[in-house]
Design a protein around this ligand. Structure first.
Ligand SMILES: Nc1ncnc2c1ncn2[C@@H]1O[C@H](COP(=O)(O)OP(=O)(O)OP(=O)(O)O)[C@@H](O)[C@H]1O
Ligand SMILES: [Mg+2]
Length: 231
């Protein structure tokens, strides 16, 4: 257990009460390429910060120096193929590093964490997209982050055609972006099935609409989450 902060002295019970830190909320943003995850993560962070919370933004794969190196391996496409199982294991290797070195410590000190992708991406891409078995993915998820689940997952949903048009504006496609439309249709369908199976955790936002409409919907979702949280 971590020692109490030095400003806390007196009896352990009083100190624990006075200095107990409310764990931060863990929010993940999911969706296929180009739907607006990065754009809306900044928007969401601003709303939460404006209510007095400290926010840490992270992304997956990546989020720490070592995990960002793994991201490079996963994104670049050279001559040597990356087997699907290796892709899966690298995703979870990066996640293990990010969870242990950045996400959990932040949540424990009361910081809210917003992550651009998390394990639902693995379920959707390596499970739905690549066809790897769901029970193996869940086994790895349990191994890597056990009881850590997002408090809220925002699924930004748009047709594949819309998402690809938006992603295309950004230049060179990475190893995932070169996949065919059928792949992204499977990924999208898997995301929607995950959201349907866990409606209490997921909020699905139709982001085929203009950005102002998407952000109005996100503001309602953020307000609902912030409503019960005392500073
Ligand atoms: N609702 C919207 N309407 C129109 N354009 C949008 C909308 N949302 C985002 N965009 C634009 O689409 C492009 C892709 O957005 P962004 O980079 O945020 O997507 P992303 O989901 O983070 O993509 P990736 O998965 O590849 O990281 C950007 O140019 C962004 O300004
Ligand atoms: Mg992005």
């Amino acid at each position: 257990m971590r020692p109490l902060p030095s400003t806390c002295d007196g009896s352990a019970a009083i100190a624990a009460r006075a200095c107990s830190v409310q764990r931060g909320k863990f929010i993940t943003i999911e969706g296929i390429e180009g739907v607006g995850k990065s754009t809306n993560m900044d928007f969401l962070a601003e709303i939460i910060e404006s209510r007095g919370h400290v926010v840490m933004k992270t992304r997956e794969p990546g989020g720490t120096p070592i995990a960002e190196e793994i991201r490079q391996i996963l994104k670049e496409h050279g001559d040597e193929p990356l087997p699907d199982v290796a892709e899966l294991l690298l995703m979870f290797a990066a996640r293990s590093i990010n969870v242990n070195n950045a996400i959990r410590p932040a949540l424990e000190r009361g910081t809210w964490v917003i992550s651009d992708r998390f394990t639902d991406s693995t379920r959707a891409y390596q499970g739905g997209g690549r066809g790897l078995a769901r029970d193996r993915i869940e086994w790895l998820a349990q191994l890597v982050h056990g009881d850590l689940q997002p408090d809220l997952t925002i699924l930004l949903d748009a047709p594949v055609k819309t998402s690809m048009q938006r992603a295309d504006r950004r230049g060179e496609p990475d190893r995932f972006e070169v996949e065919q439309r059928a792949f992204f249709n499977r990924v999208r369908e898997t995301y929607l099935a995950l959201a349907a199976a866990e409606p209490a955790r997921f909020a699905v936002v139709d982001c085929s609409r203009d950005l102002a409409s998407v952000q109005a919907a996100l503001r309602v979702i953020a307000d609902r989450l912030l409503y019960d949280v005392k500073l």
